[in-house]
Design a protein around this ligand. Structure first.
Ligand SMILES: Nc1ncnc2c1ncn2[C@@H]1O[C@H](COP(=O)(O)OP(=O)(O)OP(=O)(O)O)[C@@H](O)[C@H]1O
Ligand SMILES: [Mg+2]
Length: 349
């Protein structure tokens, strides 16, 4: 079937010239009655209007479209593009070109949205970072000035002020370590060195390391009944130790006095194991739940800062788990407790 849609400029010019010359030839035949004049008029009109129309089409319309194409793709014409400009573009209708441009515009808008979001993220990150740095630095500054202004000779406060200053310096170091860690993880610099180990052994080890801290709040550690049978996992041992340290440390910090931290290990199938750390502490309300893995996010800034958090722990944990191509999630209810669960590979085929 005849399709005007896919006509090339040559065919379009030929078709239009044919109509114009037919009309003029018919007119001359009616006016003059001579077949020779009509034929000459037909040939002359056809040739002139064909080349004029083709010239206009190619020079004023297709060249401009080609320019737009080149502009939106922002590339010098490669061999492929030259082929495209010569053979495919002339076949495209204005509607198709407009569709392409629309697609391009949508793609650019998406790119812009991502850039804008990143910009927001960067601003928020800088704001948070300067805030996190300011608090301990100002505290240290305050203690040192007070000491220099005479408190150094007051045996009642000099040691206390020095201890407080040290505590804040330690916090700064902790923050810098975490930042270093997170930037390495985000830039993909961190490599995952997988080895096989028994997850229960690691959990017991971490319980031992953190037992002093847990004792101060009377918190008891346990591996859930039925989950004691050793389960081997394949992962980066040091990184998973860091994940568990963070989760168990949080269960103490945000746990209630005389509470419990329970570790559960479930073999899901041949390939995956689910490890959960649960506490019966303050919990997290629904509005905060989706955001606890964000950098610097704390549900209660003042309280978390009092207990020494930077809000980077869970962000690091999430990065580590995702670098293993595994997932982490949280379930929690205020005043009832929280459960953080992550999956690990068994290494079995
Ligand atoms: N087990 C938990 N129970 C209740 N709230 C929690 C628990 N774990 C984390 N949170 C909340 O999530 C926030 C983010 O936790 P995250 O571990 O990232 O930071 P942090 O413990 O404050 O500091 P950091 O781990 O860097 O020392 C915490 O400030 C706390 O509000
Ligand atoms: Mg933490």
């Amino acid at each position: 079937m005849f399709k005007a849609k896919n006509l090339s400029p040559q065919k379009l010019a030929g078709f239009t010239a044919l109509i114009i010359s037919a009309v003029i030839a018919l007119g001359s035949l009616i006016a003059d009655g001579s077949w020779q004049v009509m034929l000459t008029a037909f040939i002359l009109t056809f040739l002139v209007s064909y080349y004029l129309y083709l010239y206009t089409l190619q020079n004023f319309i297709y060249r401009k479209i080609k320019l737009i194409y080149k502009f939106i793709y922002q590339t010098k014409a490669s061999k492929r593009e030259e082929f495209f400009n010569k053979n495919i573009l002339p076949l495209k209708t204005i509607e198709e070109v407009s569709e392409d441009v629309e697609k391009w515009a949508i793609q650019k808008k998406e790119e812009l949205d991502i850039l804008r979001r990143n910009e927001e993220f960067r601003k928020e990150f800088l704001l948070n970072l300067s805030h996190e740095l300011k608090t301990p630095i100002f505290a240290v500054q305050g203690y040192i000035h007070t000491l220099l202004d005479g408190a150094i000779d007051d045996p009642n406060v000099n040691k206390v002020f020095l201890k407080n200053a040290t505590k804040n310096v330690d916090r700064l170091c902790h923050l810098l370590d975490d930042l270093d860690e997170i930037s390495k993880l985000e830039s993909g610099e961190m490599t995952i060195n997988k080895e096989t180990f028994v997850i229960q052994d690691m959990i017991k080890d971490i319980f031992d390391t953190l037992s002093l801290k847990a004792n101060t709040k009377g918190i008891k550690f346990n591996i859930k009944k039925g989950c004691e049978a050793p389960v081997a996992v394949q992962a980066d041992k040091e990184k998973i130790r860091q994940v568990l340290m963070n989760l168990v440390d949080n269960s103490i910090k945000y746990g209630k006095n005389d509470g419990h931290t329970i570790a559960s290990i479930y073999v899901m199938d041949d390939k995956q194991v689910l490890v959960e750390i649960s506490d019966d502490g303050i919990g997290i309300s629904e509005e905060h739940l989706p955001r606890v893995f964000e950098r610097f996010y704390r549900t209660d800034r003042a309280r978390s800062r009092d207990i020494g958090g930077t809000g980077l722990g869970l962000a690091i944990v999430k990065h580590i788990i995702e670098a293993h191509n595994q997932t982490i999630n949280v379930r929690s209810k205020p005043e009832i407790g929280s459960t953080f669960g992550f999956t690990l590979d068994t290494g079995r085929e």
